[in-house]
Design a protein around this ligand. Structure first.
Ligand SMILES: NC(=O)c1ccc[n+]([C@@H]2O[C@H](COP(=O)([O-])OP(=O)(O)OC[C@H]3O[C@@H](n4cnc5c(N)ncnc54)[C@H](OP(=O)(O)O)[C@@H]3O)[C@@H](O)[C@H]2O)c1
Length: 278
């Protein structure tokens, strides 16, 4: 039986990858730090370990046919050793990368491009995803407890993507070798500004919400206070400001691969509405 290693299996994308693989009748092994807290379906074989520990990754990848890889950190420190350990066991790797990786210079495109470079000698597929709709969960507490959402750059235009769509493409790629060597740039189906996202949430929740615009510097400070990586905090706020005049593109890749339209932000808001209710 085919067995696939899933990293980030307890995460927002990974849970759906696990589910999709199980539904396809494939064996799933999940690398998890805390098996007791993982809450994965009983059919999943759990390999306890830390992704930053090469020996744990090598053990977890023993005799698997393919791996779904994500790298949770915003630095590639230690990634070369981990990728070397992983690729001793498996060469077919579907990597959750990011839309901002440039083909001209992936090594200078942040951690995602650095990992792509490390995977160059494997049978890779790169899923270069744009911003996730599920990032809106960061507003959940404000919305549960009040009616004001504090955000920088409310007019930033984002082509955010549903985590289930990314996972569905990951499952396709893991199960079909025709995806080897492909870099898929993945976005949602439309540009939705942050203000429009909040308006959709308000409509779905049937609760008026008010936006309080904060400056990029205030947003950066808030991210740092929540423990965000300083490089990420700076680059994110600068990037969001740039999207006011230069919104993200809407790309057809997802629709072509799935042979259906990508899920919309309203679809996402309806699915996740309970997380925003008191
Ligand atoms: N958010 C975006 O807009 C966006 C856009 C493009 C790409 N990405 C990339 O997508 C990835 C995140 O995906 P996600 O949102 O689905 O993940 P997530 O919900 O943030 O969850 C992170 C996953 O990684 C696991 N993990 C964290 N540290 C670990 C460690 N030391 N050892 C083993 N497992 C560890 C967590 O497991 P535990 O249960 O142990 O915590 C969890 O399963 C990142 O690589 C990010 O750069 C994100």
């Amino acid at each position: 039986m085919t067995t696939i290693l899933v990293t980030g299996a307890t995460g927002r994308v990974g849970r759906h990858v696990v589910q999709g693989l199980l539904e396809a009748g494939v064996g799933v092994r999940a690398l998890v730090r805390n098996p007791a807290a993982a809450g994965l379906p009983a059919k999943v074989e759990v390999a306890q370990g830390d992704i930053y520990d090469p020996a744990a990754v090598e053990r977890a990848a023993s005799e698997v046919d393919a791996a779904f890889l994500l790298w949770p950190a915003f630095s590639a420190d230690g990634a070369a050793e981990v990728v070397a350990a992983l690729t001793k066991q498996v060469s077919r790797i579907v990597y959750l990368s990011a839309l901002n990786v440039s083909d001209e210079n992936p090594a200078a495109s942040g951690v995602w491009g650095e990992i792509e470079v490390l995977l160059a000698d494997t049978d890779w597929t790169f899923l270069r995803a744009g911003g996730f709709m599920v990032n809106s969960q960061e507003w959940a507490e404000d919305i549960r407890t009040g009616d004001v959402v504090r955000t920088p750059s409310p007019q930033a235009g984002r082509s955010v993507i549903h985590e289930r769509d990314i996972a569905e493409i990951a499952v396709q790629a893991l199960l079909n070798d025709k995806h080897i060597g492909q870099k898929y740039a993945l976005t949602g189906p439309e540009v939705v500004t942050l203000a429009e996202q909040i308006a959709i949430l308000a409509d779905v929740l049937d609760k008026p919400l008010r936006i309080e615009e904060i400056s990029p510097a205030e947003a950066e400070q808030a991210m740092l206070a929540q423990g965000a990586d300083p490089i990420l905090a700076k680059s994110s706020t600068t990037y969001w400001s740039s999207l006011i005049t230069n919104p993200e593109p809407v790309l057809p890749t997802l629709k072509t691969l799935l042979d259906r339209p990508a899920l919309t932000y309203r679809d996402w808001a309806e699915e996740h509405a309970d997380e925003f209710r008191a």
